[in-house]
Ligand binder design. Structure first.
Ligand SMILES: [Zn+2]
Ligand SMILES: [Zn+2]
Length: 291
C-alpha cells in the first residue's frame, strides 16, 4: 500500500467514525486536520537516515538503549517551525483556551524544544510519574516531530531483534507505549510507541510502565464484544488500551484505533489513571461498555 492510499484510508475511517458518533464530531474534525497536516509533512521529508553499524546497534540494544538519537533525524529547522505553527493552530482551534499560550520564537527555538521533548519523553524504564500536562508549545513541537520519528522508525525497526528487546519502552526512540495489540495467532502482545508508532514484542503479563508482575495489582476491563481491553495498573496508575486481533475480522488501522478508542481514555481518566504522554487533548463520551 502506498503512503498516500494509506493516508486516504485512515482519513476515510475517521470520517466514518465521526458520522457514527455525531457528538464527537469536533474531536474527529480535530484529528482529521492533524492527521492530514502530519501526513503531508511526512511526504516532504528529504535526506537519508544514518543508522549505526551492526556492532554499535547490538551494543545499544543490549544495554537497553534505543537506536535512534535525535541528531539522526533530518529535521530542517525552517520547515519544522512552519509545521509547529500549523499544529499549534489546529490545537488552538480545537481548544480555544490554548490560543492564549506562547509559541516558540523561531526555528532555532522550535528545534531546541523538540530535542528537549524527545529526550524528556524517553522512558528508559526509570520514569515513575506521568508527564504533567503539556503546554501548547510542547504539545505542538511533540506532534510536529511525529512524522520525522515515524519516517525514521520504519527504517530502524527492522534492525531490532524482537525476541531480545522486550522492554517497556520503544527500541527505536525510547518513547512509552500508548497502545497494544494481541496478535491474531497466539495472542502475543506487541506495544505501540506513542511517539514513533513502532511496534515491539513485550511479555504477555506485566505492566510496561513500572514492570510490576503482581497479579493483584493488574487488571483489565474487556469491551462487551471482547475486541478491546483496557489494562490498568494499581501500582503506577497508568493504563494501556489494547486491541485483541484474535477477536476481529476486519482490517485494522492502528492510527485509527488509537483515536476511536477515546472512550477508554476517558473511562481510565475518570478512574484517575494517567495517560503516558499528554501530546494532545481529547474529549468525548463515556466508554459505555465499562461499568
Ligand atoms: Zn518510538
Ligand atoms: Zn504499572
Amino acid at each position: 500500500m502506498t503512503g498516500s492510499s494509506r493516508t486516504q484510508l485512515i482519513l476515510q475511517a475517521l470520517e466514518e467514525a465521526s458520522s457514527q458518533n455525531p457528538d464527537l464530531s469536533t474531536f474527529y474534525t480535530f484529528h482529521r486536520a492533524l492527521f492530514r497536516t502530519l501526513a503531508q509533512a511526512r511526504t516532504e521529508i528529504s535526506g537519508a537516515l544514518e543508522i549505526a553499524d551492526k556492532e554499535a546497534r547490538q551494543a545499544r540494544l543490549l544495554q537497553g538503549q534505543p537506536l535512534l538519537p535525535f541528531a539522526a533525524l533530518p529535521v530542517e529547522a525552517e520547515r519544522f517551525a512552519e509545521l509547529v505553527l500549523d499544529v499549534a493552530r489546529i490545537l488552538s482551534e480545537y481548544d480555544p483556551e490554548l490560543a492564549q499560550q506562547a509559541l516558540p520564537d523561531g526555528p532555532a527555538e522550535c528545534l531546541a524544544l523538540a530535542r528537549q521533548r524527545f529526550e524528556e519523553g524517553q522512558a528508559g524504564g526509570e520514569r515513575d510519574e506521568p508527564q504533567s500536562e503539556a503546554t501548547l508549545a510542547q504539545a505542538s513541537v511533540g506532534l510536529a516531530l511525529k512524522p520525522y520519528l515515524e519516517w525514521a522508525a520504519e527504517q530502524v525497526l527492522p534492525y531490532v531483534d524482537q525476541e531480545r528487546w522486550k522492554r517497556g519502552y520503544c527500541p527505536v526512540c525510547g518513547g512509552a507505549p500508548d497502545f497494544a495489540t494481541l496478535d491474531a495467532e497466539v495472542g502475543a502482545r506487541h506495544l505501540v510507541c506513542s511517539r514513533c508508532s513502532s511496534e515491539w514484542l513485550y511479555r504477555r503479563l506485566g505492566c510496561p510502565f513500572c514492570s510490576t508482575t503482581d497479579h493483584a495489582k493488574l487488571m483489565y476491563y474487556p469491551s462487551e464484544d471482547g475486541v478491546y481491553r483496557l489494562y490498568v495498573c494499581q501500582v503506577c496508575r497508568r493504563y494501556l488500551k489494547t486491541v485483541d486481533l484474535r477477536e476481529i475480522t476486519r482490517s485494522v488501522l492502528l492510527p485509527v484505533e488509537r483515536i476511536t478508542t477515546v472512550a477508554m481514555d476517558l473511562a481510565a481518566r475518570q478512574e484517575e489513571f494517567g495517560k503516558v504522554q499528554c501530546s494532545d487533548s481529547d474529549s468525548g463520551s463515556r466508554w459505555s461498555v465499562i461499568s
